[in-house]
Ligand binder design. Structure first.
Ligand SMILES: Cc1cc2nc3c(=O)[nH]c(=O)nc-3n(C[C@H](O)[C@H](O)[C@H](O)COP(=O)(O)OP(=O)(O)OC[C@H]3O[C@@H](n4cnc5c(N)ncnc54)[C@H](O)[C@@H]3O)c2cc1C
Length: 309
């Protein structure tokens, strides 16, 4: 065997994460997320990257620079060296969105094997959101809380009724796998969810984003800000800088941005017309165009306006 010396290795621990191991962070009215186990740290990302690049320097500021480089250039595999396992309690409608992320390992509470969890997510009178006019998938603003109270009362009645019917079926000996069929989507479920850091950041980039539904966003925010930030602070900082709070411009948008930055207003408008972004209705207002609106929103983030606004 080749005569090589190997460094002595110690198990990786992140004391800030060890302190919250097993501690549930409350989400919604009866949900939680807690860390059950983890593997790796910022150092594991650096160590994996250095296998690719050959041995390099080992100072903290150089580690930080390397992690930032990896994140900026989407060199993702070093982030897959870290893993984390969560115990979650989530309403089923939220879980249905969560489970679409296929790159995790999952074990969910079985309502065939055990009685369904006797808890449903409830909505307070001032929490009923209105349908967004601009985003078909989204919400904006809240319904008046006096009307909201009526919806909350109705919700409670419905939740109690479905639970009573479920219990009656169980008491009559109906199989759990069938008795559950009319339970509401607001019923809580629990799961163990294990994922590597690269795919967790992908999950967070989609689910912390304002377009994600508020309920899953609340879980994602807790995972990101209360857990991942403590676990891998350098990676989290790079993720915030280069992914979460960054802006991506398309080729079309960049061509417009260049014209706007050079005060070339007429050319910018002509170019946008060429993209079919500025078609008007009979009343003179713009027809709905998602790409135009998204570009306007990006400009707003950097305190700019499109010349047609
Ligand atoms: C705001 C929002 C709205 C959404 N609306 C809808 C909707 O209306 N209807 C709907 O059905 N879904 C909807 N989704 C779900 C969405 O389409 C994705 O299924 C979900 O976000 C998971 O993303 P993902 O596939 O990138 O993640 P993961 O499943 O975690 O996969 C991570 C990455 O791995 C790769 N990967 C994983 N599996 C495969 C595979 N089999 N083949 C190739 N590459 C793979 C891909 O690069 C993928 O991006 C919505 C999601 C969001 C965030």
């Amino acid at each position: 065997m080749e005569d090589r010396s190997f460094e002595k290795l110690e198990p990786v621990h992140v004391s800030e994460l060890d302190e919250i191991l097993g501690v549930p962070f409350k989400v919604l009215d009866d949900g939680f997320v807690r860390v059950v186990d983890y593997m790796g740290s910022d150092q594991s990302v650096v160590q994996a990257a250095r296998v690719s690049y050959g041995k390099g320097t080992k100072k903290v500021n150089e580690d930080r620079g390397l992690i930032r480089y990896l994140m900026r250039h989407r060199h993702t595999t070093p982030f897959e060296m870290c893993e984390i396992k969560f115990h979650l309690r989530v309403p089923m409608d939220c879980w249905r969105q969560w489970i679409r992320h296929r790159t995790a390992n999952v074990n969910e509470y079985s309502t065939r094997y055990s009685l369904a969890i006797d808890a449903t997510q409830t909505t307070k009178p001032d929490e009923w959101r209105l349908q967004s006019k601009s985003n078909k998938q989204g919400s904006e603003g809240y319904i008046d809380s006096s009307l909201g109270k009526e919806f909350s009362d109705e919700e409670l009645k419905l939740q109690n009724m479905t639970r009573e019917i479920y219990n009656r079926r169980i008491e009559a000996g109906i199989a759990r796998e069938q008795a559950r069929k009319d339970l509401l989507l607001s019923t809580y479920t629990e799961a163990y969810w294990k994922i590597d850091l690269h795919n967790l950041l992908h999950f967070l980039s989609l689910r912390m984003e304002p377009h994600a539904q508020l309920e899953i966003r609340q879980y994602a925010r807790i995972i990101g800000e209360k857990i991942v930030k403590k676990w891998v602070p350098l990676t989290w900082e790079a993720f915030e800088d280069y992914v979460l709070n960054s802006l991506m411009f398309s080729k079309l948008e960049l061509s417009l941005l260049e014209l706007i930055a050079n005060n070339n207003v007429d050319a910018a408008i002509k170019t946008a017309e060429g993209f079919n972004w500025l078609k008007r209705k009979d009343d003179g207002t713009f027809k709905q165009n998602l790409e135009r609106v998204e570009f306007e929103n990006k400009l707003k983030k950097i305190n700019m306006k499109a010349p047609w606004q």
